[in-house]
Design a protein around this ligand. Structure first.
Ligand SMILES: *[C@@H]1O[C@H](CO)[C@@H](O)[C@H](O)[C@H]1NC(C)=O
Ligand SMILES: *[C@@H]1O[C@H](CO)[C@@H](O)[C@H](O)[C@H]1NC(C)=O
Ligand SMILES: *[C@@H]1O[C@H](CO)[C@@H](O)[C@H](O)[C@H]1NC(C)=O
Ligand SMILES: *[C@@H]1O[C@H](CO)[C@@H](O)[C@H](O)[C@H]1NC(C)=O
Length: 377
């Protein structure tokens, strides 16, 4: 993962736990959160490292048998004729033999690709980042996320009022298919950008995967940012489409997105369409005419259907491992926010984190409170 260019501008290591759905894990996705960081109250003000190291205590020491970590470890021991005495031996091997290690992670999690890699990594310079990963491989980020298409629960969407809605893996796939078809109809192409400015909602996931299916990039500001910062981010990102909400609630506070939208989009000629998700009964009665080129979600999704009502098949265009997929923005505490590009291959470290380290599988549920974009500390 990359960081902002100055140390005071930290990209938080939060991960949209949707990515854990690659492991078939259900993800609880509250629209926003009421959890406050009460435990941070008495911390020294020095910084992130102090915060995470203060008061660290062991909360779990049960031995779980047959973890994914142990399975991978024994595969590697057998294959390479090595013997790891403990976790740190294995860790050392994994960083000294990083090419083999990531190749084994790739195989272990059965990365979906249409063309295999020529080699797991190739040095292209002397610096630590001068490595080309999995050259030759062709794959699609969204295809890897959407590998399960059954009736297991993929998303448990919960809002602050306690309303709950479940989305299965099959439903999620169908939604992405519809979003992709609609985006294609209105002109989204490889290399274009889709901006997202909304609270933590399932529509962000559908539009992100739809964009990734055809090689478009996805990203945007946190929903809490005001119109000036958001407009600045739009200017950097130059998205063709913006997907957003009329309003949202965070910690009982009401945020009215619609009011900010004219200032955000009306002078940005590159934004061809603003798609507004009506979040409540009655939202659709709101007047959106002050937002140039805007429409409600329904109208956008209607475009995805053929005249006979059918939805075209979802096509996963095939790209290299380093195909850009996300643009994540730094908080902008030192000047304008900076956009960091993450490639298709970013799901591999997440498999390491959620799979090897957290041992998540189809029986697990993870909580993701953060909206798309980085999370500000
Ligand atoms: C970058 O943004 C994507 C999409 O919002 C998210 O899934 C990912 O976790 C972000 N990466 C970081 C390092 O914050
Ligand atoms: C792993 O790294 C060690 C230390 O650099 C080296 O001796 C060993 O040959 C490597 N193993 C493989 C399989 O490449
Ligand atoms: C959603 O799925 C979870 C986990 O399977 C289940 O406990 C919950 O009752 C479901 N909620 C609804 C509204 O169906
Ligand atoms: C957006 O709308 C405003 C008035 O509502 C108009 O002056 C402006 O030219 C429009 N911008 C674009 C890019 O269409």
């Amino acid at each position: 993962m990359k960081r902002g260019s100055s140390p005071s501008e930290l990209v938080c290591f939060t991960v949209l736990s949707l990515l854990s759905t690659m492991l078939g894990t259900a993800c609880v996705q509250p629209y926003s959160t009421t959890i406050s960081h009460t435990s941070n109250k008495n911390l020294s003000p020095k910084g992130f490292v102090d915060i995470i190291s203060t008061g660290t205590r062991q909360i779990w020491n049960k031995k779980v048998p047959g973890t994914q970590m142990e399975k991978l470890r024994s595969i590697i021991q057998d294959k390479y004729g090595v013997k790891f005495e403990n976790y740190w031996d294995f860790h050392e091997w994994s960083i000294k033999n990083y090419s083999q290690f990531w190749e084994e992670v790739w195989n272990f999690y059965e990365v979906v690709c249409s063309k295999p890699y020529d080699q797991p990594s190739r040095r292209i310079g002397d610096r630590i980042i001068d490595v080309e990963w999995f050259p030759g491989a062709e794959l699609n980020y969204a295809e890897n996320i959407l590998r399960y298409r059954d009736d297991g629960v993929a998303l448990i969407c919960v809002d602050e009022d306690g309303k709950e809605l479940n989305v299965t893996f099959a439903q999620m796939y169908e939604e992405v298919r519809l979003y992709a078809a609609a985006f294609k109809k209105i002109g989204l192409q490889k290399g274009d950008r889709v901006a997202c400015y909304m609270s933590n909602r399932r529509e962000a996931i559908y539009s992100m995967l739809a964009a990734a299916s055809m090689g478009a990039m996805f990203g945007g500001p946190l929903p809490f940012y005001g119109p000036k910062t958001v407009a600045a981010i739009m200017n950097i990102m130059k998205p063709k489409f913006l997907i957003t909400v009329d309003r949202f609630q965070f910690n009982k506070r009401e945020f009215n997105t619609l009011d900010s939208l004219p200032e955000i989009v009306n002078d940005q000629e590159f934004i061809e369409k603003v798609i507004i998700i009506p979040t409540r009964e009655g939202s659709k009665l709101k007047d959106i005419s002050s937002v140039n080129n805007s429409c409600f979600l329904d109208e956008f999704l209607k475009r995805g259907r053929n005249s006979d009502g059918n939805i075209p098949e979802l096509v996963f265009e095939q790209f290299s491992f380093n195909q850009p997929v996300f643009i994540n923005f730094t908080s902008g505490t030192t000047g304008l926010p900076k956009g960091l590009v993450h490639s298709a291959g970013t799901f591999l470290p997440l498999l390491r984190d959620f799979g090897l380290h957290c041992n998540l599988d189809r029986t697990s549920v993870t909580l993701a409170m953060q909206p798309a974009s980085i999370k500000q500390l």
